[in-house]
Design a protein around this ligand. Structure first.
Ligand code: DON
Length: 304
């Protein structure tokens, strides 16, 4: 039997001694205010036990991790019709890259890059009665926690400097791949990205992806086939132009966000979330990647 608490503590103390060469995201000014020295890890086993170290209970902006929730909600609402508007191929490019979008006639490579997530946001806007409220409730239901909320300051801060996402949305609109107004779609998108959660809440919410669509309370939210597909998209596209490196070093499906969070999972076994705000040049948490590499190496638990 593995001593998970001891393993998390070993990883924590080794990372505390590591020089963090990453940088906190500054293109969203509110995120630049977060201290670089935060570090938290939370592990949730499918059997119910959980383990934590460091700042695992401090909330942070989940940013692109929210794209997994929006993709899940869109799958629930429109099923595979989603795939007529967004592809499922890795982009091999940064998360905010635009040139492929133009070359490929406004069909984003996948739902986890910004342009793909903006199309998914458009689908949610067209299919939810009260889009922001309904989406937030979906995330709260997955995590079993009603305290989860948007951070309006972060959403506003991103809107003020979101020129790249405006460019992506306008390009999508010009190709006829957005049904709603650019401003309305981006307002929804900036809010979904601003959701604040801690590592424990993220491991709870991601439980469905490790448990064939059933949440911690055993309620079915997604079909096993949808979960298989979402995990495949996370594995191949969850880390943008570093998806290969993450599969190579860590060997788990997962998703990162520029708030410094990463969530990953081993189907039928566990979910794990890390938070360390400083990012590597690809926009993924510098220490979070290392924490997960150490975890799968020490436990020998990965999909490969
Ligand atoms: O749209 C953006 O640029 C941010 N709201 C989300 C980007 C992000 O988290 C990329 N992930 N590592």
């Amino acid at each position: 039997m593995l001593d998970y608490q001891a393993i998390l503590e070993e990883i924590y103390s080794s990372l505390k001694k590591t020089e963090d060469t990453g940088e906190v995201a500054s293109y969203i000014p509110e995120l630049a205010k977060i201290p670089k020295d935060k570090l938290g890890i939370h592990l949730q086993l499918i059997t119910g036990e959980d383990y934590a170290v460091g700042d695992a209970l401090e909330k942070f902006s989940i940013q692109s991790i929210s794209k997994v929730f929006s993709l899940s909600k869109a799958f629930q609402l429109v099923g595979n019709k989603l795939l007529t508007r967004v592809d499922v191929e890795p982009s091999g490019n940064p998360f905010n890259h635009l040139s492929l979008l133009e070359l490929e006639n406004g069909i984003p490579r996948n739902p986890l890059i910004n342009s793909g997530a903006i199309v998914v946001a458009d689908i949610l806007l067209s299919n939810l009665k009260n889009p922001k409220e309904d989406f937030l409730n979906f995330v709260r239901e997955l995590a079993h926690d009603d305290s989860i909320n948007f951070n309006v300051k972060v959403a506003e801060s991103e809107r003020e400097t979101g020129f790249n996402n405006y460019a992506a949305a306008n390009l999508l609109k010009s190709f006829g791949n957005l049904q709603n107004d650019v401003d309305d779609v981006l307002d929804f998108y900036f809010h979904q990205c601003s959701i604040m959660m801690n590592c424990k809440q993220l491991t709870n919410a991601f439980f469905v992806y490790a448990n064939k669509g059933k949440c911690l309370k055993n309620v079915l939210h997604l079909t096993p086939s949808q979960v298989k597909r979402i995990n495949a998209i996370m594995l191949t596209c969850g880390f943008y132009d570093e998806a290969g490196e993450f599969a190579f070093e860590v060997g788990l499906p997962g998703k990162s966000g520029v708030g410094g969070g990463i969530v990953a999972l081993l189907p039928h076994c566990f979910t794990i979330a890390t938070w360390a705000p400083a990012l590597n040049p690809q926009g993924n948490s510098y220490l979070g990647m290392q924490a997960l590499e150490q975890f799968t190496t020490k436990t020998k638990l990965s999909i490969f």
